[in-house]
Design a binder for this molecule. Structure first.
Ligand SMILES: Nc1ncnc2c1ncn2[C@@H]1O[C@H](COP(=O)(O)OP(=O)(O)O)[C@@H](O)[C@H]1O
Ligand SMILES: [Mg+2]
Length: 252
């Protein structure tokens, strides 16, 4: 029997994943600053909403109001789905402080308290019947305590996977780092997608590679992608080669 998959809906990405992300997988989306992690996560959530799959987005990095504005720039208006109870924005940013925060329905009072976050996340998933989840970013939860990183990711995984959610955990790495966000985290994840920006000859080139994806085969190549005013477009028929001599794009 073929496995159940959740399509990312990002043009080109599901080809690279040989059909989509296996259901219930917890995927680490790693990359440096400005590589497109937040946009990738938002596009994934919005595609689900368009196709009748409710979702939850946990905002840890930016004010939830700002996340909605950023999404609307790409034509992704989540407001109407929130009103219909099909999408939940979890505010793990404001701590409930400020006028705008008072209008948020799912507020983590103490964003440094993972138990509190897990409780609010569970409630949001159950309320909307979430199929997709994004946490942007998990790094925020353990920046000051790397020793507990694996533990935190395992806790989130139990909740998300346990409730049938296929999820993306955004993981921040520094510009020069080769890893994905720390050994504990990398091994706990079911999948790893790495986004990169390489500067060659005065130009930044975007690419991504699927490093790991439990339950499926996938492209083993580094594919170029673009961010446009409609979101991310990945090129499954192109490969980006990064060598000392430069960056080369070739058709396959
Ligand atoms: N409308 C757009 N068209 C093209 N590129 C864009 C657009 N909006 C944002 N970007 C690019 O996306 C980057 C931010 O992506 P984001 O997902 O927020 O990065 P990350 O979360 O990895 O830090 C910006 O630095 C910019 O290069
Ligand atoms: Mg971001």
């Amino acid at each position: 029997m073929p496995i159940e998959r959740i399509k990312t809906g990002i043009p080109g990405m599901d080809e690279i994943l040989h059909g989509g992300i296996p259901k219930r997988n917890v995927v680490l989306l790693s990359g440096g600053p400005g590589t497109g992690k937040s946009i990738f996560g938002q596009q994934y959530i919005y595609h689900g909403l368009l196709n009748g799959e409710p979702g939850v987005f946990v905002a840890l990095e930016e004010h939830p109001v700002q996340v909605r504005i950023n999404m609307s720039q790409f034509g992704w208006d989540v407001r109407k789905y929130e009103e219909r109870g099909l999408f939940a924005m979890v505010d793990a940013f404001t701590g409930g402080i400020g006028e705008a925060a008072k209008r948020e329905r799912y507020v983590v009072r103490d964003p440094t308290d993972v138990m509190n976050l897990v409780d609010v996340l569970k409630e949001a998933i159950r309320d909307v019947g979430a199929v997709r989840g994004v946490i942007d970013s998990v790094s925020t939860l353990y920046l000051t305590k790397p020793a507990v990183a694996r533990n935190i990711v395992m806790q989130l995984k139990r909740v998300l996977s346990g409730l049938g959610v296929t999820s993306i955990l955004v993981s921040q790495v520094s510009v020069t780092e080769r890893g994905f966000g720390g050994p504990g985290v990398e091994h706990a994840a079911d999948g790893i997608i790495r986004l990169d920006l390489d500067e060659i000859g005065g130009e930044l080139k975007r690419s991504l590679i699927v490093w790991k994806m439990r339950g499926t085969s996938h492209s083993m190549r580094r594919h170029p992608f673009e961010i446009t005013d409609k979101g991310i477009i990945v090129y499954p028929n192109k490969v980006l080669k990064v060598t000392r001599a430069g960056v080369f794009e070739e058709h396959v």
